[in-house]
Write a protein that binds this ligand. Structure first.
Ligand SMILES: *Cc1c(COP(=O)(O)O)cnc(C)c1O
Ligand SMILES: [Zn+2]
Length: 414
């Protein structure tokens, strides 16, 4: 028997693991689609036992896992690179800038972590179908894990999701239902579907283990950082589950007495998809009316996890910031040119934010800053091309090459 229970983040009530599946039944009575989720559940472990059993020489991460290892699908996720970039630090005006490159997960986004754990839970429960609404990455991740686990993935996505993400989910064998509408429409539809037809719903924050799955990125950062807590972590934020997961990692570590402080979390949103930012800054929640941005993965009108995300940001001593699409594209180019990392627009938003924070004193120049890179750039080549000019072709002669390079040098003096 696993030593954890669920606690409602709204009313505080405790539930045994198999007493509940999604939201707190009491608080969710008042939930109707159109507002952020109410009564999101949080897993609470036996922190005293973890403190006694956890050893850095041989870390047993199963102590922090809400699903037993025997249910894990054969689809290794995580263990992505964590490294310093001196060049990006110089460019942005900070001394100690690090990247956690979660775009290098198997389906090329951090979403693999959440899908992995929910599919493990489906194994435990004997559920054969897993249902999800997604802007694209959660669906491609779920489709990938389901392929490996021999499960059926039923997916609702906005019809205008980037082509590579659609190709991924179809290729992995998912049942894909493109919705003529927004991500918020897809979210509501998938809830209606599982309420009527069953299957395990993987919607972000709605299934509590999405937060637990995403938590593993925070645990890894701590380990890869030689058991030190970074000062600041910048997190691209849509529904607010990744940022809550990162916060949960460090809260769990603190509760187990393994660390003594939390990293400050910086929520980065796109200017028009800024519901959580507005909530943090003003204290008042409002849906984002028109969450139009090139960063599709963080485009959401009604962030499902807005309440917990705001708490996480404030509790960590962090803050929130927004960036424009032009800044995101410039961030994408800077990241690629200075580090060799090609990130999708949502992830590039954190680079744009860091650039914007130069000299603001909201982050100390000497602070250790981690940029969470959540998705690979190859998932959305079309967006990247918005900011680029492809050079025209030359005749296959050395003379033509030299003439072309000379002309370019004149145009772009270095
Ligand atoms: C989902 C996603 C995000 C945002 O995560 P939330 O939990 O929705 O805040 C950021 N970047 C990428 C690449 C994503 O796929
Ligand atoms: Zn409750």
């Amino acid at each position: 028997m696993k030593k954890f229970f669920y606690q409602c983040s709204n009313c505080g009530k405790h539930y045994q693991r198999d007493e509940v599946r999604y939201l707190c039944p009491l608080c969710a009575r008042d939930y109707r689609p159109g507002v952020p989720l109410i009564g999101v559940l949080s897993a609470r472990f036996d922190y005293g036992a973890i403190r006694k059993q956890f050893r850095k020489e041989k870390p047993d991460w199963n102590l922090f896992s809400a699903v037993e290892e025997k249910f894990f699908p054969p689809f290794p996720v995580g263990n992505t690179p964590f490294f310093q970039s001196v060049a990006l630090g110089k460019e942005t005006g900070f001394d100690d800038v690090w990247l956690k490159n979660d775009g290098l997960n198997p389906s090329a986004s951090l979403k693999d972590r959440a899908s992995f754990l929910v599919v493990a839970e489906a194994n435990r429960l004997g559920e054969k179908t897993i249902v999800a609404a997604s802007t694209g990455n959660a669906a491609s991740a779920l489709a990938a894990v389901c392929a490996a686990a021999g499960k059926r993935a039923l997916i609702f996505v906005p019809a205008n999701a980037p082509k590579a993400k659609l190709a991924q989910m179809i290729l992995y064998g998912a049942t894909v239902v493109p919705v003529r509408g927004t991500y918020d429409d897809a979210f509501r539809l998938s809830l209606e579907y599982t309420a009527k037809r069953g299957g395990l719903n993987r919607n972000t924050a709605y299934h509590p283990l999405t937060i637990e799955g995403k938590k593993t990125v925070g645990l890894e950062i701590w380990q890869q950082n030689h058991w030190r807590v970074p000062d600041v972590i910048l997190v691209p934020t849509g529904d607010g589950v990744i940022i809550s997961g990162v916060h949960k990692a460090f809260c769990d570590l603190k509760a187990a007495g393994l660390i003594s402080r939390l990293p400050r979390l910086v929520c980065v949103q796109a200017e028009k998809s800024n519901a959580i930012d507005h909530y943090v800054v003003s204290g008042i929640y409002e849906n984002a009316v028109n969450p139009d941005t090139i960063a599709d993965s963080i485009s959401v009108s009604i962030p499902s996890n807005a309440h917990l995300a705001r708490q996480a940001i404030l509790d960590s001593g962090g803050f929130s910031i927004t960036v424009s699409d032009a800044e995101i594209l410039a961030g994408q180019r800077m990241l690629a040119a200075k580090t060799g990392v090609f990130a999708e627009p949502a992830s590039s938003a954190v680079v744009a934010a860091l650039k914007k924070l130069r000299g603001s004193r909201r982050i100390g120049r000497r602070d250790q800053v981690v940029l969470l890179i959540t998705g690979h750039g190859l998932k959305d080549v079309e967006s990247a091309l918005h900011g680029l000019r492809l050079p025209s072709a030359v005749s296959p002669t050395l003379a033509a090459v030299e003439a072309a390079l000379k002309a370019r040098a004149r145009k772009e003096p270095s």
